[in-house]
Design a protein. Structure first.
Length: 402
């Protein structure tokens, strides 16, 4: 349902404690507008995990006041929401959203020392300068794309690749790293195209890429534009000729719902478990979606999983801060809790894959990516199934900085 800018405050969710205090947590993102097919389920995941945290008293003697706001994917609105929160009720932690807004807010976030977990996985958010207080819950977009290029290289040498990306900083985040990786692998980036959500007829795009000899299309986008391209490729008979794949926000059940059988064979790089896997996080996701009457589309969305993971990390950091600092939960103590979330103290909520036994979310002062592992999955028979074990991209670490 279309809405104006809304403030949906999940205030005193669950059973309020007779004695205790309130700690604030803020998320703003695209509940409506561009990329809302990601933002809507992501925000729902945060809301539901916050309700669960209060009901289960995950932070003893604390009620979590979890504020969810719609910024419509507009950077000025995001900026205003964040500044208002600082003025009125400073949150102990901020859960951000878009690449563009997070890049814009990065200097201010570091100035006020606000621990931040963005939905964006742009590697630039944790690169110098001013990179101390942002943390990526999972592998970056660039690592996901480079990992797909490594996967291509297993069976197809000197591949000709096109990048089709969202017309935004989010979409462009992967281009430079992909070009560097292609040089190392002997691949060719034949073309880079920007495609938004209004791409109802992609005939000209696909014909041009085919004429240029493109064998693989790698998408950095959200599911809607990718689904339209997949359906048009099938209609044109190019689905067997050009293999398509993409980073985390392009795939999952959202893509299959939108593309139908045209998604068959699509390769997807993701750090998240699927709904078919029996992990503590996925079991909780199913439980909470049923309890809070979420639709099947929300339940099945990887973006719902992603929102839950972000909220789970935030709640756990607050819980640890309270234990370590005599009940004090603020941006300073939460930051200390985050950078101590490693080794034997790693956090294991069961939403994301790991390359290390028993370790899922692993932050330090200098390593600001939590779940570094990812897998390549393939759409088969209406669901995504893993075709690799969890891994990290060695090549990405070589091309991360020029």
């Amino acid at each position: 349902m279309k809405r104006a800018i809304v403030l949906a405050t999940v205030a005193f969710l669950g059973l309020a404690m007779a004695q205790g205090r309130t700690v604030n947590l803020l998320w703003s993102g695209a509940v409506t507008g561009p990329t809302s097919d990601v933002g809507g389920p992501y925000g729902a995941g945060i809301e539901d995990y916050c309700r669960y945290a209060n009901e289960q008293k995950l932070i003893p003697n604390v009620t979590l006041n979890c504020t969810v706001r719609d910024d419509q994917y507009q950077n000025p609105i995001t900026q205003r929401i964040f500044e208002e929160a600082l003025d009125r009720a400073k949150p102990a932690m901020y859960l951000g959203y878009s690449t563009g807004a997070m890049l814009q807010l990065k200097p201010l976030i570091n100035e006020v020392k606000m621990p931040t977990l963005p939905a964006s996985a742009h590697i630039g958010l944790i690169e110098p300068p001013n990179n101390q207080y942002m943390f990526l819950p999972v592998s970056s977009y660039s690592e996901q794309v480079v990992a797909l290029m490594e996967y291509i290289n297993r069976t197809s040498k000197n591949a000709k690749i096109a990048l089709v990306v969202n017309p935004s900083p989010f979409g462009r985040a992967v281009v430079d790293h992909a070009r560097r990786a292609a040089q190392r692998l002997g691949q060719s980036i034949v073309d880079v195209r920007e495609v938004g959500g209004g791409n109802l007829d992609n005939t000209a795009l696909l014909r041009a890429l085919d004429a240029a000899g493109v064998e693989f299309i790698i998408h950095q986008n959200v599911a809607g534009p990718v689904a339209n391209i997949l359906k048009d490729a099938k209609r044109l008979g190019l689905d067997k000729k050009i293999k398509q794949m993409g980073a985390v926000y392009t795939g999952g059940s959202d893509l299959i719902r939108l593309a139908g059988d045209a998604a068959e064979g699509y390769l997807w790089a993701s750090s998240y478990y699927t709904l078919d896997e029996n992990t503590p996080g996925i079991s909780l996701q199913k439980q909470l979606a049923a309890k809070y009457n979420r639709s099947a589309d929300i339940l099945n969305s990887t973006n719902y999983t992603a929102g839950m993971l972000a909220a789970a990390i935030a709640v756990e950091a607050m819980r640890r801060a309270a234990l370590r600092f005599n009940g004090r939960i603020d941006n300073e103590t939460v930051y200390q809790a985050l950078i101590g979330m490693n080794g034997p103290n790693a956090f294991k909520p069961g939403f994301a894959v790991s390359t290390k036994a028993g370790i899922e979310i692993d932050f330090t002062r200098t390593e600001q990516t939590g779940a570094e592992g990812l897998r390549v999955l393939e759409a088969r028979g209406g669901k995504f199934v893993p075709v690799t074990e969890p891994f990290t991209s060695t090549l990405f670490r070589q091309v991360r900085n020029p």
